[in-house]
Design a protein around this ligand. Structure first.
Ligand code: BG6
Length: 485
């Protein structure tokens, strides 16, 4: 419980992100008893809405299991102010509303500004709230969401505009993958287990794949997506964040700055991705004709070469990883939804069990959190043949009573606690853009053509060959028991 009162101001409160993520997460925290007692939530947006209508909109997005009583209580904590993003009157109204909430409160008056906004208004809003609605007697925290620019230069420009207004320690850049349970677990499994520590290097690991697959295409947001593409939308942030935790050195402590120092250090050891080491795809109409192709979306410019699928290889020039390819793959409109990390170990040197496949550690981020290690076992019984099996930690079975928190619940709680560990620091963002900017510019300037793949398929032709080229050896006959679901 912080000293004093906290007001969370959701800027862009009637937008998609606020409705789908921010408010449900705030409610989730309230329901579980994690919202500090004296918290108030003020929504701010341009739409003129009556308070009751606004509250109705919020609850429409809060999904089961709903405790009606709790929801009613939560809605009472929420109020709404409408106003423009580019005029001081709006922020004055907001300041008056916050001051009203804080009027009789004892102790410090803390404010969290959650920017659930399109990038075009980031800077004016950050300026508006800083100049007019900044607390003079408590902490101020600013939560921002991607896109943080669209390349290195524009990201630096955004930083140059925000830095004079907001100190780095006040800013919380969200990458919601950092709030996912299995991503948070990476530090623990790597640094609290002696056996992982011993094999986590180029001597034992042959290649690492980090895969993100989604079933849905870009329906309804083609216009937005076309300006970004899958590399900016998912790979340069979510997947690269996972990579940095998989590959970083052990931090000096679990302090946010120690953790982030190590993430930056490993990112800085990665040279820019080469176009020759990528494979790009774009989805077309599904084979059964039920789903439209990417270019059929009326908001997508005709003939766009925007990739909806990308595979790319990153190399880390340091003592631990030199020569180990990190293969990042992500795509939309694929046959399944899955995010996983697949660490394939080297062949056993001088193996007396000829032809035995490699060990693989698979960390399933979603859906159904799990971790399993593929290993070679004796075929039970009289035979001395080998059989591939797994050491399997499936969360649903092992931690069956646990509700895994939503990423946004975990991250908003971190902001309330002032913990920066799971947020992106500015130099980390800079290092991430350096890795991808030359590639993105080449794709755009040279109009590199993506390989078409049907909606609902496994991706463009050539992906298997691509990963094989970088050393991944597939074990054809093996299917993880849980994978059969
Ligand atoms: C967002 C991307 O950041 O992450 C979306 O903009 C993507 O395109 C989403 O669908 C995936 O998040 P999650 O949590 O559903 O895996």
């Amino acid at each position: 419980q912080p000293d004093g009162i906290i007001t969370v101001i959701v800027l862009g409160a009637s937008g998609d992100l606020a409705k789908k993520k921010t408010y449900p997460a705030l409610f989730g925290l309230y329901r579980m008893g994690f919202l500090p007692e004296r918290t108030h939530i003020i929504g701010y947006a341009r739409s003129k809405l009556e308070l009751e209508d606004f509250r109705e909109r919020i609850s429409a997005y809060i999904k089961a299991p709903i405790d009606a009583q709790k929801l009613a209580e939560f809605k009472r904590l929420c109020t709404y102010v409408s106003g423009p993003y580019d005029k001081v009157e709006g922020y004055q109204r907001l300041e008056t509303a916050i001051a009203e909430v804080e009027r009789d409160a004892k102790g410090s008056k803390n404010r969290v500004f959650y920017m659930a906004l399109p990038p075009s208004v980031f800077v004016p809003v950050a300026r508006g709230v800083k100049l007019t609605a900044y607390s003079r007697s408590g902490f101020n925290r600013l939560i921002v969401e991607k896109p943080f620019g669209h390349d290195l230069e524009s990201s630096r420009e955004l930083h140059r505009a925000l830095a004079p207004l907001w100190k780095e320690e006040e800013v919380y850049r969200i990458d919601h993958y950092l709030g996912k349970e299995m991503v948070k677990n990476l530090l623990t499994i790597r640094f609290a287990n002696v056996f992982f520590g011993a094999v986590w290097n180029r001597q034992c690991i042959s290649n690492v794949q980090i895969t993100f697959k989604e079933k849905i295409g870009t329906e309804g947001r083609g216009g937005y997506f076309d300006e970004f593409g899958i590399i900016r939308d998912v790979m340069q942030n979510h997947i690269l964040q996972i990579l940095s935790i998989v590959a970083m050195q052990r931090p000096v402590s679990l302090d946010a700055e120690d953790v982030r120092d190590e993430k930056v250090r490993v990112l800085r050891a990665i040279p820019p991705v080469k176009i020759e080491e990528t494979l790009l795809g774009q989805y077309t109409r599904s084979e059964d004709n039920t789903k439209p192709g990417y270019l059929e979306d009326s908001t997508v410019p005709p003939g766009s070469n925007c990739p909806t699928y990308a595979a790319a290889v990153l190399w880390i020039n340091n003592e631990r990883w030199e020569g180990v390819p990190f293969i990042l793959k992500c795509g939309k409109a694929l046959s399944e939804q899955k995010t996983e990390i697949r660490i394939q170990f080297q062949d056993v040197p001088g193996n007396v069990f000829r032809g035995a496949p490699r060990n693989e550690l698979v960390i399933r981020v979603q859906p159904n959190e799990a971790m399993y290690m593929k290993f070679v076992n004796k075929q039970p019984g009289l035979s001395m043949d080998t059989v591939i099996s797994e050491l399997d930690l499936t969360y649903k079975r092992r931690f069956s009573d646990l509700k895994i928190p939503d990423a946004y619940e975990a991250l908003i709680l971190d902001v309330l606690k002032g913990d920066h560990s799971n947020f992106v620091r500015n130099d980390e963002l800079d290092a991430a853009w350096k890795i991808f900017t030359p590639l993105l510019h080449t794709i755009e300037k040279k109009k590199v053509a993506p390989i078409p793949y049907p909606y609902g398929s496994r991706g463009p032709d050539g992906v298997h060959e691509f990963v094989a080229k970088y050393g991944y050896k597939r074990t054809e006959e093996y299917v993880w028991s849980e994978g059969k679901e």
